[in-house]
Ligand binder design. Structure first.
Ligand code: CTP
Ligand code: MG
Length: 384
């Protein structure tokens, strides 16, 4: 068998996003519930053939970038330059181990595994490949007044990611002397190297102007289906234990006993998220037999489940948690729990509900022997 191809993904996110406007550069602006750049990171992270992810950001954007990346698996964050090609070059410097590179605009957030597959397949026989779409509109020269029509037959639109043998792209960058270039394939072609075409994707259209945000969200919504998951958990109340509920510590005469911090609300929530994803339950991901989870904070279980959803290209729309106990009274703690859970999930507090009920002193919760929790998670996932 031939040795496996090593393929680095370089995401260029060092632009200023001047045409898009807004409070921060477009690649860090919120799109479908999270910073735009994270969509591309997740797409590469979820692809088994990508061995390295390099993110290129502008000088002064480091904090914004780190904040956006969070726990996503980015191997290096490097600083780009004044022009797009300077940013690509900075990314290439960090990709010296890779035989192949996929150069991708952060401004094209909705990258499918199918497009990555098509490019990687092309790289098995070609030195360079790009996704293309036909031009379907009438084209004319002119700015204020319409000038002559440009024949659109034989024209095509070129997208990213663009796939290259790394050393060829490096050579092309070294040899390029023609000023700012909007993509890398034109530099490779200037060397006389053939660039193969694969089918592009409308979802990959670049977000450039303010109105492109709403259009991209609408396109994405059409590609996602809603899924619901539920979770249920019970822990025993015991003397001498801390009480953790909904991600916060509560002062109470007793606490919940269990292998981790026994936060019954977060355990039910984790199961609801995993249920919506269709990926086992908390026990399969964090076996109670594993000593590393002894006394562990349960927020990491929730964060992990949320991350699995995001990595698969999904988003969390809403969660609803119900605590079932006589004491403590949950009402006074509800705002803090909502804040904590919203932070774990990376969503707005408006999308987090925490409720509580008693069982009229009936059953084990009524007798104060334990606390039960139920949770429902509503998520949206890409259509298979
Ligand atoms: N880019 C980059 N470094 C630059 C310029 C652009 O990494 N010096 C990146 C952008 O962040 C974007 C991609 O290249 O992901 C395509 O560029 P474009 O859509 O032009 O983005 P901006 O340059 O940020 O936008 P504008 O031209 O409107 O300022
Ligand atoms: Mg630009």
């Amino acid at each position: 068998m031939p040795p496996a191809m090593t393929i680095a993904a370089i995401i260029v996110a060092a632009g200023k996003g001047e045409r898009a406007g807004g409070a921060c550069p477009k690649q860090f602006a919120n799109l479908a519930g999270r910073p735009m750049v994270t969509h591309s990171i997740s797409a590469f992270a979820a692809h088994p053939r990508i061995s390295q992810i390099i993110l290129v950001v502008g000088a002064g954007q480091e904090a914004m970038a780190k904040d956006a990346v969070g726990h996503l698996p980015v191997d290096a964050i490097v600083i780009g330059g004044a022009e797009r090609q300077d940013s690509v070059r900075a990314g290439l410097m960090a990709a010296k181990e890779a035989q192949f590179v996929l150069i991708h605009d952060a401004a094209r957030p909705f990258l499918s595994a199918q497009v990555i597959n098509r490019l990687i397949t092309a790289l098995e026989t070609e030195a360079a490949a790009v996704p293309v779409l036909p031009v379907v509109d009438t084209l004319a020269r002119g700015t204020d007044a319409l000038g002559p029509v440009v024949d659109r037959s034989g024209l095509m639109r070129i997208q990213t990611p663009q796939a290259f043998c790394r050393t060829i792209l490096e050579k092309a960058h070294e040899a390029w002397g023609a000023g700012p270039a909007t993509d890398d394939a034109q530099m490779v072609r200037a060397l006389g190297t053939q660039v193969a075409q694969v089918a592009g994707d409308k979802m990959l259209e670049k977000i450039t102007l303010p109105e492109d945000f709403a259009e991209a969200e609408a396109r994405l919504a059409a590609r996602l289906v809603t899924r619901t998951g539920m979770g249920f958990d019970v822990h025993r109340l015991a003397d001498g234990e801390e009480l953790w509920l909904g991600g916060i510590q509560i002062d109470h005469s007793q606490g919940l006993a269990g292998h981790s911090d026994a936060d019954v609300a977060l355990h039910a929530l984790t199961d609801a998220l995993l249920g919506a994803l269709g990926d086992g339950d908390i026990g399969t991901h964090f076996p109670p037999s594993d000593p590393q989870w002894r006394g562990a904070r349960s927020d990491q279980f929730v964060r992990h489940a949320a991350q699995l959803i995001r990595t698969a290209g999904g988003q969390i729309d809403h969660v609803d948690v119900t605590l079932i106990c006589e004491a403590p009274k949950i009402g006074p703690h509800r705002p803090a729990m909502r804040t904590a859970i919203a932070d774990m999930l990376g969503i707005s507090e408006r999308c987090v509900s925490v409720k509580a009920t008693t069982t009229e002193r009936l059953g084990f919760t009524g007798r104060g022997e334990g606390i039960a929790a139920q949770a429902i998670a509503t998520i949206r996932m890409p259509v298979e």
